[in-house]
Write a protein that binds this ligand. Structure first.
Ligand code: SF4
Ligand code: SF4
Length: 158
């Protein structure tokens, strides 16, 4: 995790984050570490630490949080959120941080590409004959190659 530098603190960062849906309660974090103790990502990557991420937000470490890779490591398993004694919606806070990072152009290229695919065709990958064959075999109807409803929804959100 990056070093804290007072001169780089963004005083409005925490206020900006708490306005995002799901992140409203982060100011009640008392740094108990329950989230980190149960995090499965933490078990395989000691550098990942949701408690520290929340602390960094509250300290105004905007560049380090939004430009760093940590927010993209969360597997969205919700273990931390279910266990937090303060009822903080940690997983949703991390999603909110990803949204903020993406709006500022810091999303990893793979994520941006997936977003573009969903926006353009309503799916992560194009359906081909092979998929249709498998669906038919399983007794399922074939699917259209584009999902107009999804692309329209995303257009309306912009
Ligand atoms: S479990 Fe909740 S209160 Fe404890 S450190 Fe994590 S976010 Fe903060
Ligand atoms: S939701 Fe993310 S931060 Fe929380 S326990 Fe799961 S992987 Fe860790």
């Amino acid at each position: 995790m990056p070093e804290f530098k007072l001169e780089k603190v963004s005083s409005g960062f925490a206020s900006m984050v708490v306005q995002e849906p799901g992140a409203e309660g982060i100011r009640s974090c008392y740094a108990c570490g329950t989230c980190t103790a149960g995090c499965p990502v933490r078990r395989v990557n000691a550098a990942y630490n949701p408690r520290k991420l929340i602390r960094m937000v509250l300290l105004g470490m905007q560049d380090e949080v939004l430009q760093g890779k940590e927010i993209w490591l969360c597997s969205s398993c919700y273990t931390c959120q279910e266990r937090c004694p303060q009822g903080i919606r940690i997983t949703e806070t991390i999603i909110a941080l990803r949204n903020l990072a993406a709006r500022e152009g810091y999303a990893p290229s793979g994520v941006s590409m997936q977003a573009k695919l969903i926006k353009d065709q309503g799916r992560l990958y194009a359906l081909d004959e092979f998929d249709d064959k498998k669906r038919k075999k399983a007794g399922l109807p074939s699917l259209p190659s584009e999902v107009a409803g999804a692309t329209k929804l995303l257009d309306e959100k912009e």
